[in-house]
Design a binder for this molecule. Structure first.
Ligand SMILES: O=C(O)CCC(=O)C(=O)O
Length: 285
C-alpha cells in the first residue's frame, strides 16, 4: 500500500490529533482477512513460545524471531505501513528505529490492566529526575488483529495525558505503592475507582485498524468481559535514532536476532540498528 492509496486517512488531521490528543485511530490499514489470519497464526506462536499471566493474557515479544522466513512478507505490514511510518518520521525525526512487534492477546475473562505510561517515563518518575515534556521517546501502534471493542478489552486512553505527570506506580522496599506525586495518585484513584466522569476513551475498531499513541499517554488494556471473543493485538514501537533500546528503554525483548534482521528487506534492516547479539549480557541470561 502506498501513501496515496492510504489516503482515506487525512495525514494532516492524524498529525494534529497525535500531537494534541496523544493518540490517533487509523482505521482499516490492513485488509481484514489478512489481519485475522495474522492473529490466528500469532495465537499459535504465542502458545508455543510466549508468556502468560495465567489470567487470560498471553504475550509474545518480537514475533519476527519466531516466524518462518517465508512468512516475513505477510507480516511486514505490522512494521512498514506507510501511514504509520510517515507519522513516526513526523514525531521521532530522521533515522527512527523500530522494536520487534509484540503480541498482546487478551482472552475472555482477563481483568483490566494497570494505568501506566510506557518506558522510559516510569524510570524518570522513580529516579525523581525531571520528566522531559517535549520529547517523544516511544511511539507505538497497537494493530487490531481482531475487532477491538469496549467489551473485549480495547485499549483505553486518557486524551492529552502525554502532557501530564507520569501515572506509573511502583513499590518501595517495604512493599508500599509509590507515585510520582499525590496529584497523580488522586487522579489515578478516580479513574481506577470506576472512572465516574468517563475520562478514558476506548480505542475501538475493526480488524486491520490500528491505534497509534505517544508512549507518555496514560493508558491501559481493557478487561475482556465477553464470553467468547478473543482480542488479539500486536504492538510495534518506534523510537528515535539516538535511543538505545536496551540501556535507554529497557526493552531487550524488542530486539531481533541478527540472522532475522539480516534476512529482512533493507527498509527493516535500517530501522533495526541494534540486535540481540549487540548485548552479550542478554545472551548469557
Ligand atoms: O494490550 C493493550 O491494549 C495495551 C497494552 C499496553 O498497555 C502496553 O503494552 O503498554
Amino acid at each position: 500500500m502506498d501513501l496515496e492509496k492510504a489516503s482515506e486517512i487525512d495525514l494532516n488531521k492524524a498529525k494534529l490529533q497525535l500531537d494534541e490528543y496523544g493518540y490517533v485511530l487509523l482505521p482499516n490499514l490492513i485488509p481484514r482477512a489478512d489481519a485475522l489470519a495474522m492473529g490466528e497464526r500469532l495465537k499459535e506462536l504465542s502458545l508455543q513460545h510466549g508468556d502468560s499471566d495465567g489470567k487470560g493474557y498471553h504475550g509474545l515479544p518480537c514475533v519476527y524471531n519466531y516466524l518462518n522466513p517465508e512468512e516475513y512478507e505477510f507480516f511486514l505490514p505490522l512494521a512498514i505501513n506507510p501511514v504509520v511510518l510517515e507519522l513516526a518520521h513526523y514525531t521521532l525525526g530522521e533515522g527512527y528505529q523500530m522494536g520487534g512487534s509484540g503480541v498482546v492477546w487478551r482472552q475472555p475473562g482477563v481483568p483490566m490492566g494497570p494505568l501506566h505510561a510506557d518506558v522510559p517515563m516510569g524510570w524518570f518518575a522513580q529516579q525523581k529526575l525531571p520528566v522531559p515534556r517535549n520529547v517523544c521517546f516511544v511511539l507505538s501502534i497497537n494493530w487490531m488483529l481482531t475487532d477491538f471493542t469496549q467489551d473485549n478489552g480495547g485499549t483505553q486512553f486518557l486524551p492529552m495525558s502525554h502532557r501530564l505527570d507520569v501515572p506509573n506506580m511502583w513499590l518501595d522496599d517495604s512493599g508500599n505503592p509509590c507515585f510520582m506525586n499525590d496529584r497523580v495518585r488522586l487522579l489515578r484513584e478516580e479513574i481506577e475507582g470506576g472512572d465516574p466522569s468517563g475520562r478514558l476513551k476506548i480505542a475501538e475498531g475493526t480488524a486491520g485498524s490500528g491505534v497509534l499513541f505517544h508512549g507518555a499517554m496514560w493508558h491501559r488494556a481493557g478487561a475482556n468481559v465477553t464470553k467468547d471473543q478473543q482480542r488479539v493485538g500486536v504492538i510495534t514501537p518506534y523510537y528515535p535514532q539516538w535511543v538505545d533500546p536496551v540501556h535507554g528503554l529497557g526493552m531487550p525483548q524488542a530486539l531481533m536476532r541478527r540472522d532475522v534482521r539480516d534476512g529482512m528487506p533493507e527498509q527493516i534492516r535500517r530501522m533495526n540498528l541494534h540486535v540481540v547479539e549487540n548485548y552479550p549480557h542478554l545472551q548469557d541470561a
